[in-house]
Design a protein around this ligand. Structure first.
Ligand code: NAD
Length: 476
């Protein structure tokens, strides 16, 4: 056992030690990558940096494994277990990569520049900087959709960033502690113990499921005096939750939620958000108020300001409000040298991690070809200058032509998974030329193994498995 452990540690250690890197070469074309989410990270992981001077700019200097974020809100997983520093990826690259923790504020597709700003509030924080690019990989994702509903930004919690999960965790416990406080009026206890989730997409459903587990596994032990008062309500404007899943899995989810006493209010739309109540309109057009302690807002995504600005600069071709339009090779329409991937784009695919990740890998292949093309062009001009043999020149021309040949992006859907609570998951898998829908314990096992294997590093896998084990033994 000791030998095996030693060998494992040795392998991970050697994998982790940074190799000798080529220095930054400003004579190479500058490739700026905006973002550190699914699209940008899968791109960076697969990118060969030798032929480029790569600069990464993102407001957070780590990759967040978003599918497991709901588990952080109730303490099933620790925040550190599902993040991977961007420098962990870039420090293993052939050529050194510059990483800036900063927010991109403007892209000028005519001058080919990016302006970004260090947002940290420490003394000496850099201001706004503008740099030129030859190529730009635009992978800034989206922001939370609020549909302009009043009060959402002030009173609701989102579930997108690590800081959101932390905020939900703190607010949830504050509600429970305050409800347990002596001499609380009964209707206040009921309000504080009412957790409302708006949006019946995968984010809202998974969060409601995690919250239920927390109630069953831990709340009853730790707060027996108020545990029975906890209520979870999921509000969805459409006739059912999870519209992207099969009918069978929608029914399975709704019946699991019914068993778990999660109230699902479908055909109900939130119209207004007050400090302690949401105003909803139900199927009969009746308006009423629902008091809440914690409100989690999960109604999907919308474009960021920087993306809207970029669209308006390219308004003759960027006509889709939903996101940026790209061609079959992920080239941004109307902007030479700019590629866009992930949720900031408007394609025929759903804005999911799976799509962004496959686009990132595909784009790294395009850049591999661009790098090869530059190399062969250099070789060719040297061969011509030295009057090399015609066969040698012809062979290099062939290589150059091969490098210039690109195949369009093709998405391969591997299926959709969602955790729905009480050790049950749902899986919609495109197998045997049809869709296989599965729900329950087996799907849960599949959910666990699929997510663990998708985690980017051995470190993350170990931490997530250890967290799950820890919760099984000691609780949250
Ligand atoms: P979503 O867009 O999938 O769902 C949002 C839901 O909110 C919609 O069903 C909408 O009808 C509802 N809604 C909007 N406004 C409302 C209102 N005022 N009142 C009540 N309901 C309202 O959003 P999401 O769950 O954040 O997912 C975003 C994207 O990420 C989707 O493409 C999704 O497939 C993907 N995703 C996938 C997974 C997974 O596969 N496990 C997990 C998370 C996110």
């Amino acid at each position: 056992l000791l030998t095996a452990t030693g060998a494992f540690l040795y392998v991970t250690q050697t994998q982790n030690s940074p190799p000798e890197q080529l220095p930054v070469d400003t004579k190479k074309p500058t490739l700026v990558v905006l973002g550190s989410g699914w699209g940008a990270t899968s791109f960076l992981k697969s990118l060969d940096t030798e032929e480029f001077n790569v600069v990464v700019i993102s407001p957070r200097n780590y990759f967040l494994f978003t599918p497991l974020l709901p588990s952080v809100t109730v303490g099933t997983l620790e925040p550190r277990s599902i993040i991977q520093p961007t420098r962990y990826i870039t420090r293993h690259k052939k050529r050194k990569v510059d990483v800036y923790e900063a927010e991109a504020q403007e892209v000028d597709p005519i001058k080919k520049t990016v302006t970004f700003q260090d947002l940290s509030d420490v003394r000496g924080a850099a201001g706004s900087v503008t740099i030129p690019y030859d190529y730009l990989v635009y992978a800034v994702g989206c922001e939370n959709q609020t549909f302009g509903i009043k009060g959402v930004n002030e009173h609701a919690c989102f579930l997108k960033e690590l800081s959101d999960a932390d905020k939900i965790r703190t607010k949830l416990l504050d509600c429970i502690e305050t409800a347990s406080f002596r001499d609380q009026p009964q209707d206040e206890v009921d309000r504080l113990m009412h957790m409302v989730v708006v949006g019946g997409g995968p984010t809202g459903v998974e969060y409601a499921g995690e919250l239920h587990d927390f109630l069953i596994d831990d709340l009853k032990k730790w707060y027996p005096e108020v545990a029975d008062r906890l209520r979870i309500t999921l509000i969805e404007a459409l006739p059912n939750v999870l519209p992207a899943f099969s009918k069978q899995l929608i029914q399975y989810t709704e019946s699991t939620f019914a068993e778990n006493k999660i109230d699902v209010l479908t055909r109900t739309m939130v119209k207004d958000v007050k400090e302690a109540a949401v105003v909803v309109q139900d199927a009969n057009k009746q308006i009423r108020e629902i008091p809440y302690g914690l409100l989690v807002w999960a109604t999907g995504n919308t474009s960021r300001q920087i993306t809207r600005d970029l669209m308006s600069k390219l308004s003759s071709v960027q006509t889709q409000r939903r996101g940026l339009l790209v061609d079959d090779y992920l080239n941004l329409l109307g902007a030479e040298g700019v590629y866009a991937v992930g949720d900031c784009t408007a394609t025929s695919y759903a804005p999911t991690a799976q799509v962004a990740s496959q686009q990132g890998i595909y784009l790294a292949g395009i850049f591999q070809k661009l790098g090869q093309k530059a190399k062969f062009e250099r070789q060719l001009s040297e061969l011509r200058a030295t009057a090399a043999a015609p066969e040698e020149i012809e062979a290099t021309v062939k290589k150059l032509n091969r490098a210039a040949k690109l195949t369009p992006f093709h998405y391969s859907h591997q299926g959709s998974l969602a955790y729905i609570g009480s050790e049950k998951a749902i899986a919609d898998l495109p197998l045997f030329n049809g869709n296989v829908a599965s729900g329950g314990g087996a799907a849960m096992l599949f959910w666990r193994s699929a997510y663990v294997s998708t985690l980017y590093s051995v470190r993350n896998r170990t931490l997530v498995l250890a967290d799950w084990l820890k919760v099984k033994i000691f609780g949250r």
